[in-house]
Every structure is written in structure tokens, then in C-alpha cells.
Ligand binder design. Structure first.
Ligand code: ZN
Length: 143
């Protein structure tokens, strides 16, 4: 969490200094961010994605998350991305979840109002699932 807050601050400062350059230079999402999991760490589960799934994660970032982030104009925090079968069972994910294929992410802007705005942006981006979760606490998207 500390790292994410620090990164959000760095992004905010960089965009303040030079919005155009910040958009070119900074990668807002990484495969690592889409695979790290506190549950996996605490249960000693290796959530490293196989090679064919890394491609799916890159497509999810490039076609959905990054365009959404750029239109939203502020940080988006990923709570859950790829889940290996063991992790998916541990978090109670459905058996055929797109998370298992690296094709889904759960994320939040930090506020329900922000998530509402992000939802409208996501409606115009490619997806196969878009779910308003936890009363707007987070959004699930699959692509
Ligand atoms: Zn999800």
C-alpha cells in the first residue's frame, strides 16, 4: 500500500510538472501490479502467470486499463488481477473466472463517485464483463 501511495504521488507530481511528458513517460500499470496479491503472499501461493497469460495481461492493460486511466486523469488502484487456480479458490472466485486467464481486474479510484465516473468511461471501452461490485467500492472488468 505504501508503494502504491508513493507511486500515486510521483504520478501526480509528474503530471503537474508536465502533463504531456508524464503521459508518454510513465507506465501506469505493470504485470507485477496485476499479479501481486496479499492473500497469495500470506498463504505462500506462487501467483506467477504462465507465458500465455502474460499476453492476456498486456492486452488488458493496453486496451482497457491504460485508456481508462488516461481518460480518467487520476490514479486507479488494482486490487486483484491474475489469479492462479489456487489463489482463485482461496479468495472464493468463481470457477470459470476471467481472473484465471489474466483477462480480468478489480480496481477502484478510491471513492464511489470516482468509480461512477470511471464506470462511464469503461462503458465505452472494449470488455466482455463490467460489474459494479460492493455497492460501488470497486469495479470488475474483463476483456
Ligand atoms: Zn473481479
Amino acid at each position: 500500500m505504501k508503494n502504491r501511495e508513493l507511486m500515486a504521488a510521483v504520478v501526480a507530481m509528474a503530471e503537474f510538472a508536465s502533463p504531456a511528458k508524464a503521459k508518454e513517460a510513465l507506465v501506469h500499470f505493470t504485470v507485477d501490479e496485476l499479479t501481486r496479491s496479499a492473500v497469495a503472499s500470506s498463504m505462500n501461493i506462487d501467483n506467477t502467470p504462465p507465458a500465455h497469460i502474460v499476453g492476456n495481461i498486456h492486452r488488458l492493460i493496453g486496451d482497457v486499463l491504460e485508456p481508462a486511466r488516461l481518460r480518467f486523469g487520476a490514479p486507479i488502484y488494482v486490487n486483484s488481477g491474475y489469479r492462479c487456480p489456487q489463489l482463485n479458490r482461496a479468495v472464493g472466485g468463481v470457477a470459470r473466472s476471467y481472473h484465471l486467464q489474466g483477462r480480468a481486474a478489480d480496481f477502484t479510484t478510491g471513492t464511489v463517485d470516482g468509480n461512477r465516473r470511471l464506470w462511464r468511461i469503461l462503458c465505452d471501452l472494449p470488455h466482455v464483463e463490467l460489474i459494479w461490485e460492493g455497492g460501488g467500492a470497486w469495479i470488475h472488468v474483463a476483456y
